[in-house]
Design a protein around this ligand. Structure first.
Ligand SMILES: [Zn+2]
Length: 423
């Protein structure tokens, strides 16, 4: 009898989703992009007969704190344990990192008595510049294969997931930072509060924390919906960032707008009680702009889904028209974000025959889910497609310049975002 009662009770479990920051029930959709596989998995030909796991890509906006977020559908270990992305593969990213290093050296007067701690330090792409300038560093990186590369290039790196517990242990051993860096990591943290609490603990009393992340305001303005993917759990505005940091005893003292990742913010924060850093006008400037764009009300967020659907209709319309006219269509690039775009729009090999990529790791493999083959860039010259769809739209100028030769046979470029445009 007792067992029966139990099974009835477990049958009544509710599946309320809760905000990752404030725990309010998540009931308002920001945008529902359907189902897609993890975007950084590129199946080889041997994998093609196996199934692939698809996860919902449904973003919510919290009606209490306006944090835009996905549920965590896959464990952090599965996504990041052997992450194939090495930051040092990108020249422009290295330049960005070296500039940041020089800027921080000057701004904070760092020297051989200072400590710079970076959370999610990847292959040491950033900290190497501090090492070269004789500033002591500590990297924290969960992916063992990536951390190994950092250690080999002389960047001391702990192979651990970061949180309050690890921060306490490091603080107890005297490893607090004059500068604590979190570049493009905050979005990927499932337990946001534990992580931010850890950042605070790791900061010296007058230390500075900098965080870089894609700016939700630009994502919305520029319709960058394909930058929403499973690996990114949270999407931050300045409004939500200030609120989250404040809840953990941190204050935002300055902010810069960067062109990286379709428009990012670099936020500077210090401990709330630290009187040595004053709040720059840049902080309220960004907040005013966000409020004007509707980011302080739910209605402001609800417009986004309509705009995204419109983009899908226009892109699919165009590709169907091209197919009906017997035109050939190829892709350029195999960025992670192409998985979101192609799955949400329902575009497969029937509409884009193949794509090409300069990264040798991806070549000979296939895009996840759609199984669009990825070839060497030379394939474009060989097959002379009528249209080339530029999937990494953020690099469109560079790519159009490289592929000017498609004009020889009357080829045209298609840029899908912010809205379908033919060049
Ligand atoms: Zn919330």
């Amino acid at each position: 009898m007792g067992t029966m009662t139990l099974s009835v009770e477990t049958g009544q479990q509710t599946a309320t989703k809760r905000c990752r920051f404030c725990s309010a029930a998540l009931e308002r959709t920001f945008v529902d992009l359907g189902m897609s596989p993890l975007c950084e998995t590129y199946p080889s030909s041997a994998d093609l007969n196996r199934g692939e796991v698809y996860y919902p890509l449904h973003a919510y906006v919290c009606s209490q704190c306006f944090l835009v977020q996905l549920d965590e559908y896959e464990s952090q270990e599965n996504i990041f344990g052997e992450y194939p992305y090495f930051s040092s593969y990108s020249d422009s990213w290295l330049k960005h990192s070296e500039n940041y290093c020089d800027k921080m050296m000057n701004r904070l007067g760092l020297g051989d008595q200072s400590l710079v701690v970076e959370v999610a330090s990847n292959d040491g792409y950033l900290l190497q510049y501090f090492v070269q300038r004789s500033v002591p560093v500590l990297g924290i990186e969960p992916a063992a294969n990536v951390a190994k590369v950092a250690i080999e290039r002389g960047v001391p790196t702990l192979v651990r997931f970061f949180g309050a517990q690890l921060a306490k242990a490091l603080a107890a051993e005297g490893h607090c930072g004059d500068l604590v860096v979190g570049n493009n990591v905050l979005a990927q943290v499932p337990d946001l509060n534990d992580f931010v609490e850890g950042l605070k603990i790791l900061l010296k009393p007058e230390g500075v924390l900098t965080l870089e992340f894609p700016h939700l305001l630009r994502l919305m303005e520029r319709n960058e919906f394909d930058t929403i993917y499973h690996e990114h759990f949270s999407y931050f505005s300045m409004l939500s960032t200030v609120r989250i940091l404040k809840a953990h005893g941190l204050k935002v003292v300055d902010v810069e707008e960067l062109a990286t990742h379709g428009g990012s913010l670099r936020v500077y924060a210090s401990r709330a009680e630290d009187q040595t850093h004053h709040i720059a006008p840049s902080v309220s400037n960004v907040i005013v702009e966000e409020k004007r764009s509707g980011l302080a009300s739910l209605e402001g967020y609800e417009r986004f889904a309509r705009q995204v659907k419109e983009t899908k209709l226009a892109l699919v319309d165009f590709l169907i028209m091209a197919a009906r006219q017997g035109k050939s269509v190829a892709g350029y690039g195999a960025p992670g974000k192409s998985a979101t775009l192609l799955h949400y729009c329902g575009i497969g090999k029937d509409l884009i025959e193949y794509t090409v990529d300069r990264n040798p790791y991806k070549r000979g493999r296939f895009l996840p889910g759609t199984h669009i083959p990825i070839y060497h860039p030379g394939r474009i010259r060989e097959t002379r497609p009528d249209y080339v769809v530029i999937l990494p739209w953020n690099l469109q100028d560079e790519i159009m310049e490289q592929l000017q030769f498609i004009r020889e046979w009357g080829g045209r470029f298609v840029v899908p975002i912010p809205k379908v445009t033919i060049y």
